[in-house]
Structures are given as structure tokens and as C-alpha cells.
Design a protein around this ligand. Structure first.
Ligand code: SF4
Length: 449
């Protein structure tokens, strides 16, 4: 009987994609997927350490697996992967003794099957946190979760060293993937029915092809745009200080590039941005937003915001509120600041905004953002928009859901065979997080977006 594996993933899209790669590697080694830890021979926990709460989830889960072993005598090989594995290494074994068998760093996942075999044979922990400069990945191995949307990594690591961020320490220096390798993966995704690609990197718009000196991120978008079968191109995330007029012009020119820009701002206060080492100011960010609106009038913007960064005053927070109101983001990920190991902010700045104050501020920001989203979504009522239908609704059997090019979630009644098609939908009702509509009588499923 085939051995079984379960992968549990916390964190960002990069982690979700690493899990797809690990799943493919394990299947290549003869394992089959299961959804039940009690049935698994290997349990991989792919961790995130960007926020303290995400990191805590690992230790809770390791405790649950320990209980499973004690109560039912079931002892799978437990693998800790991802950013906490890279950050903690052997220290993790001290904090949670006897639970993890394999600790695989963010840059060593290709060695996962071998490490699992080694741990099973030796019954002692196997650790590999080595840097791995080769950013290629064998074609056809990744086991994609989504039949329509394919993640494709273009850059690994980051050199930016924002003072709050753990990524340069857990994912290493910025390394560009060869353009030829990226295009081969995009073509392969298209050949397996994927209609949308999402290009991934910590700063995607810093891309420079190592195998083609003339190709920057705009050039890469053009090359991906030429791949037959791909209808939509998304990317995450660009950094505000690398958004150039050429990039905006390229986006405006290429119809397959979705009209959505996730542009993390992190704070509306220049003083705080400086302490965060973001290398732009409130004013330069707002100038950039004005340029974007001019080049791409139909684009939807989203962002990340950190609340309660060390030294953030009421006035700084007001700047965040007024910037949010000025930009009118379609969506926002907002988080309370927590100090992350090794970062400059952790070493040099006191986490001096109280928990109560962080809560008060984030509640106010999220209420404002909810009102903005409600207003932007309400403005869609009466319009007909193209929706790539990507799933059946989790709540209603006869309801489907999909996304507009601007990344708005649209719910609509329809048949399961519409999944994978682009349909024109007339919007009838709107909420803060999604909208509802009906397929337009004028359209037929299958029309191009
Ligand atoms: S740009 Fe800043 S926040 Fe983004 S990954 Fe790099 S260091 Fe972290």
C-alpha cells in the first residue's frame, strides 16, 4: 500500500506554492495525498513567521500531533518546513522535543523526500537549512492545487531589509529565476488547462532576467502575455519604489494583465515609513497613486498595513487613516505589529504601542476600510463585468463564484460546467467583501475576458 502524506500550509502565496512543490516531490517519491493526519505516514507543516500569531500556530499543531501519537500510537514522520524552520532550526527541537523529525529550510525543499527517508531509517531528526542558489525547479513535478490558476515563482528572497520584516533572514538574498525557466513553466501550466498565472516574488517588479539582460519585469510580462492559452496574468507583490512609467505603460498595453495592483504601503506616516526603512514617503506614495490612476484609470488597488509599529503616535495613525481614505483601496490586509526575530526593529526599537491601543487603531482602520470597500463594490451594481468562474460556492449548491480582472469576488447562480469559463455578469447587489449578479442575457459562457 502506498505511503501517505499530508501538508498543512500557513502563510503567504509563496508558502502555498512551496507546498505544491513539496506535494509534487513526495508524489514523485511514491507517496499519496491524504487529508487526515491519523492516516498519514508523513505530515509536513509549512510554516510562516511573518507574524507572531502565525508562528504560534506551529507549536499548537505540534502539540496536537504529539497528543495523536500518545493517544493512538500513531507516529508519522513530522516535517517542519517554511520560514519558522529556517529561522529556528535546531532550536525548534528544544522547544518541542521529540516531535519534529525533519526540519527543512526554505531553500532546501528539493531534498525533502531524501530527508524523510533518512529520518525514517535513522529515527533521529534530520535538519537542512543550507542556502541553495539554484532557483530552477524541475518541470512537471509541482502538484497544483487549483486547476485554473497557476503560481509561478520568478524571484526568491529579498534584499530590501525593511526593519520589521523577517523575509530576508528566512528566504535569503534576492535571486532571479531564468526567464526561459519561467516561460517553460507558464507554457506547461497553459498546456494543463490553467487559464491564469500568478507570478510570485517578494518584489516582482524588481525582476531582471539572468539569462536575458534586456528583460526586466515589463519584458517578462510581455513574454508571458504571448503564451497561448493564458487568459489572465496576476502578480504579487510589486514594491512602490520600483513602479516605473514603463511598467505602468506595459500594464496598460497588455489586456491579459489584470487590472489589479497590490501595492503594500505599510503606513501612511512618513516618519513611520522612515523607521520601517521603506524608502518612500507618504507624499511620494500618493504621487505614485496619482500616476497609476492616470495610466490605468480602471485599476483596483489593494495594500498591506501594519498598525502600532514602534513609536507610532496618534498623529501617525491619523496619517494612515487619511491615506487610506485618499487612496480608496479595494482591499487591505492589516496587522498589528509584532516584533520578529533578527529584524532591525526587534533589535533597536521598543514595541511601545500598547496592545489595547493597537486594537483600538486596527478596529478603526478596518471599519474605515469596510466602508470604502462597500462603496466601491456598490458602484458595480448595474454594471456588466467579465468574471472568470473559478469555483462552486462553499455555501450554496447552485451558486458559483469567480473574480473580475480587478480581483472582486462575484457570486452568481450557474451550472458547474461554467467553472473555468469567463462569463459576463450583471451585478445586482453588493457587500463589503463580494458582489452578487446573474449572467448577462447578452452573453454566453466562454466569451473571452
Ligand atoms: S520588501 Fe520589505 S516587507 Fe517585502 S519581503 Fe522585502 S524586506 Fe520584507
Amino acid at each position: 500500500m502506498a505511503r501517505k502524506y499530508l501538508i498543512e500550509t500557513f502563510g503567504c502565496q509563496m508558502n502555498v506554492h512551496d507546498s505544491e512543490r513539496m506535494a509534487g516531490l513526495l508524489e514523485q517519491a511514491g507517496y499519496e495525498a491524504t487529508v487526515d493526519a491519523a492516516d498519514a505516514d508523513v505530515v509536513v507543516i509549512n510554516t510562516c513567521s511573518v507574524r507572531e500569531r502565525a508562528e504560534d500556530k506551529l507549536y499548537t499543531r505540534l502539540g496536537e500531533l504529539r497528543l495523536l501519537a500518545a493517544e493512538h500510537g500513531h507516529n508519522p514522520i513530522v516535517v517542519v518546513a517554511g520560514c519558522v524552520a529556517q529561522q529556528e532550526g535546531a532550536a525548534l527541537l528544544k522547544r518541542s522535543p521529540g516531535v519534529a523529525d525533519v526540519i527543512v529550510g526554505t531553500q532546501a525543499i528539493r531534498r525533502l523526500p531524501m530527508m524523510v527517508e533518512q529520518a525514517a531509517a535513522q529515527r533521529r531528526a534530520v535538519i537542512n537549512l543550507d542556502p541553495f542558489d539554484d532557483v530552477t525547479f524541475p518541470l512537471g513535478v509541482t502538484k497544483r492545487n487549483d486547476p485554473l490558476k497557476a503560481y509561478v515563482t520568478i524571484i526568491e528572497g529579498c534584499n530590501e531589509f525593511c526593519s520589521f520584516c523577517v523575509v530576508p533572514y528566512t528566504r535569503g538574498n534576492e535571486r532571479m529565476r531564468p526567464k526561459a525557466d519561467i516561460l517553460a513553466e507558464v507554457r506547461e501550466a497553459a498546456s494543463t488547462g490553467h487559464r491564469e498565472v500568478q507570478l510570485l516574488g517578494q518584489i516582482v517588479n524588481h525582476y531582471a532576467a539572468p539569462d536575458d539582460p534586456s528583460c526586466d519585469f515589463s519584458g517578462l510580462l510581455e513574454a508571458v502575455h504571448d503564451v497561448d492559452g493564458i487568459e489572465r496574468i496576476r502578480f504579487a507583490s510589486p514594491h512602490p519604489r520600483h513602479v516605473s512609467p514603463r511598467f505602468l505603460a506595459t500594464m496598460a498595453r497588455l489586456p491579459k494583465v489584470c487590472r489589479h495592483l497590490h501595492l503594500p504601503v505599510q503606513s501612511g506616516s512618513t516618519r513611520v515609513l522612515e523607521a520601517m526603512r521603506r524608502r518612500y514617503t507618504r507624499d511620494s506614495y500618493l504621487d505614485l497613486i496619482a500616476q497609476i490612476r492616470e495610466s490605468l484609470p480602471d485599476v483596483a488597488l489593494s495594500t498591506d498595513m501594519i498598525i502600532g509599529f514602534p513609536g507610532e503616535t496618534d498623529a501617525d495613525f491619523d496619517d494612515t487613516m487619511t491615506l487610506t481614505a485618499a487612496v480608496q483601496y479595494h482591499s487591505m490586509f492589516s496587522f498589528k505589529y509584532s516584533a520578529r526575530p533578527n529584524t532591525l526593529a526587534d533589535k533597536r526599537l521598543a514595541d511601545d504601542v500598547t496592545e489595547d491601543e493597537k486594537t483600538r487603531r486596527i478596529v478603526a482602520l478596518q471599519a474605515l476600510q469596510r466602508d470604502i470597500q462597500s462603496g466601491l463594490n456598490a458602484a458595480l451594481v448595474g454594471q456588466t463585468v467579465d468574471v472568470l468562474v473559478d469555483a462552486a460556492s462553499r455555501r450554496h449548491d447552485t451558486e458559483l463564484s469567480g473574480r473580475t480582472s480587478t480581483n472582486v469576488v462575484v457570486n452568481l447562480p450557474g451550472a458547474a460546467e461554467w467553472i473555468g469559463r469567463t462569463v459576463p455578469v450583471r451585478i445586482e447587489r453588493a457587500g463589503p467583501h463580494s458582489v452578487w449578479g446573474q449572467m448577462s442575457e447578452l452573453g454566453t459562457p466562454g466569451s473571452a475576458s
